[in-house]
Every structure is written in structure tokens, then in C-alpha cells.
Design a protein around this ligand. Structure first.
Ligand code: SAM
Length: 279
């Protein structure tokens, strides 16, 4: 018995199914079910919602999500060793957990989910960042999800909520703040995980806005901010030159000084530039 459900403690699950953490899959597991239930609560009211969980591992967060009342959880895990442990959870919550074994970067979860949908995940940071950018840049808005509750390295979490002028400010901040309200809702030390990672972690909660803060085409805005921050120490007229030979005229037309650097420019001006380039 574990405190939040009738299943065995996660240490026993890991021992029984021989789930020694693999570095290649970025496996740092959360073993404290009170903590995973707390993270599940940070995703908001789960009753009446489907939850997409990426990277469930031995199922700590999955159990938190189910214990907190999620209507249905779709869990996508790359490591097939985790399947028996996850199936044991599915048996304890009949009809409420679907497990897919595969790479979340390749699988389309939508056929398995019914709105309203929330996303929750504790993922290796490179996969997490790649998925976050995909979830933030669909051509149409609002997206399939209402909120994202994601664990990142603290430094990545700070990049998501960063404001202009600082080192952390860049593409992630702009894409996240364009279409969502992102907040850091929990910070965790390395000891919260097994094995402990080298860095601190943080949970970011992003609520989808009904409409983007400023109009722009997602692909164009993504291209503009990627180019602008790819060469963040350069003046914008040189960093953005590959996008258009007369980029200096476009910058001036939307009120951006061509000699400025990307980290000085706010979201509204980047959206105006994206619109001008598309006009
Ligand atoms: N959610 C569990 C927890 O909190 O204890 C595990 C977290 S561990 C940091 C990340 C999990 O993501 C691992 O189980 C790993 O196998 C899985 N994973 C890594 N890359 C993945 C991918 N591309 N698609 C799906 N799962 C992935």
C-alpha cells in the first residue's frame, strides 16, 4: 500500500520489474507518491478531463493523475520494460488508463483522447523542449490541450517565463508567452528523483489562451525568433538577413531599430515583424 492507492510502493515496482534507470532515456524517476499527487493537482481539476502523459516510466505521476481523479490517462512510454508495471496500474483503475509503448515524437495521441484534454509530463529535457515547441506552434489555435504541466530543468523553466533583456529570454519565452500564460509552479531539488540528476528541476504550468496575444502566423513567427536568437549577439539586421534581403526596411517599418539585438525586442514587435514579412 502506498498512501494514495492500493498498489505497491514505487521502489518495490522498480525492483520487481527490474527497471534500473537508463541514462540514455533520461530516466530520473519520482518515487514519492505524495509528490506525484501534488504535481497532478498542479495540473488543475482533473475530474472530467482526459490527460496525455508522456514518459510515465514506472508510473509515479500516472498514479498521481489517476488518484487525483483524471477521467482517462493516455500514457506514452518509449521504454518497453515499463509496460508490465503500467499494466498493473491499468488493472487497478479499470478503463481509465491506456498505455502506448513508442516514441512520443512519432505517435499521434489524438485518436485516443476526448476533450477537454490536459497534458502532464516529466520528460528528458531535450524531448520535453521539442514537444513543447510542437504543442505551442500548431497552425490553428486553440490547440487540442487546455493546459500543459511539465517538468523541466530549472534553467529551461526559467527560459519559458523569461522577460526581455535577460540571458534566459529567447525563442521558448516568445513562443510560450505568445499563446499561453506560463508559470513556474513548483521547484524541486535533485534529491526528489532517483537517481538524482545534476541540476534542479521545476514544474511549469502553461494555460492555453483562447487566442494568441497578437496575431501572427505560427510558422513565420517561429522562423523569425529562431533566426533572431540563433545569433543573439548580432544586430538584428544581420541575424535576420537570411529571411529577407531587405530585412532592414521591414524592421524599420514595424518600429524595430535594425541595430538592436534580439533580447531587447518584445513579443508584440516580433509578431508585427512576422505579419509584415507575410504581407
Ligand atoms: N514520469 C516518470 C516519473 O516521473 O518518475 C518518469 C520520468 S523520466 C524523467 C522520463 C521518462 O520518459 C522515462 O520513463 C523515459 O523512458 C521516457 N521517455 C524518454 N524519451 C521518450 C520519448 N521520446 N517518448 C516517450 N517516452 C520517453
Amino acid at each position: 500500500m502506498s498512501g494514495i492507492d492500493d498498489l505497491p510502493p514505487l521502489r518495490d515496482v522498480i525492483a520487481r520489474y527490474d527497471l534500473a534507470a537508463k541514462k540514455s532515456l533520461g530516466q530520473n524517476f519520482l518515487l514519492d507518491l505524495n509528490l506525484t499527487a501534488k504535481i497532478a493537482r498542479l495540473a488543475g481539476d482533473l475530474t472530467g478531463a482526459d490527460v496525455l502523459e508522456i514518459g510515465p516510466g514506472p508510473g509515479g505521476l500516472t498514479r498521481g493523475l489517476l488518484a487525483e481523479g483524471a477521467r482517462h490517462v493516455l500514457a506514452i512510454e518509449k521504454d518497453p520494460r515499463c509496460q508490465p508495471a503500467l499494466e498493473e496500474i491499468a488493472r487497478a483503475y479499470p478503463g481509465r488508463l491506456t498505455v502506448l509503448i513508442g516514441d512520443a515524437l512519432d505517435l499521434d495521441p489524438l485518436a485516443y483522447l476526448t476533450p477537454p484534454i490536459k497534458v502532464a509530463a516529466n520528460l528528458p529535457y531535450n524531448v520535453g523542449t521539442e514537444l513543447l515547441v510542437r504543442w505551442l506552434t500548431p497552425p490553428e489555435w486553440p490547440p487540442f490541450w487546455g493546459s500543459l504541466t511539465l517538468m523541466f530543468q530549472r534553467e529551461v523553466a526559467q527560459r519559458i517565463v523569461a522577460q526581455p533583456g535577460g540571458k534566459a529570454y529567447g525563442r521558448l519565452a516568445l513562443l510560450a508567452q505568445w499563446r499561453t500564460d506560463p508559470r513556474i509552479v513548483l521547484e524541486l531539488p535533485p534529491e526528489a528523483f532517483s537517481p538524482p540528476p545534476k541540476v534542479n528541476s521545476a514544474v511549469v504550468h502553461l494555460t492555453a489562451l483562447a487566442a494568441p496575444r497578437y496575431p501572427a502566423n505560427a510558422a513565420t513567427l517561429n522562423k523569425v525568433v529562431a533566426a533572431a536568437f540563433n545569433q543573439r549577439r548580432k544586430m538584428l539586421r544581420s541575424a535576420l538577413k537570411p529571411l529577407h534581403p531587405e530585412i532592414e526596411d521591414y524592421l524599420t517599418a514595424v518600429g524595430i531599430k535594425p541595430t538592436e539585438r534580439a533580447e531587447q525586442i518584445g513579443l508584440e514587435a516580433f509578431c508585427a515583424l512576422a505579419r509584415a514579412l507575410d504581407a
